[in-house]
Design a protein. Sequence first.
Length: 134
Amino acid sequence: FPVTIRKRTLPLGAREMIEDLARRFVYKKDKVDTWRILMGAGEITGDCEDFSLTLVYLESGRSKLKTFWNLLICRYVLWHCTYKETEGHMVVYHKGKWADNIQRRWVDDLGPKYKLKFPYGPLAIPVYFLKKVL
């Protein structure tokens, strides 16, 4: 009797994952600051927080539970910073590398245009949910 095997999409490597996100991501400043995980296969629109959360989500196997776990145990850390001394910005730190929607790749050093302010650490989770409610 015939057996049908579902095709599985293999997970992309970290470099390919951020390259795919970078190609599809279009920056648009929020009118009201919300933190969203951007879904969809085509073009996605958001700001720096959305890019950072979506990157963590993709690298967590597209699982919100794993995303929140990875943020809770600080496997990925969201950092508040400024870029070129402008208003707030968010970057992601993971295993000695940094990423954001400006550079759109993992880098060893953010460079002098970035000024780190504070890590959200595990607090990123309640902040995410508060941003959903407020």
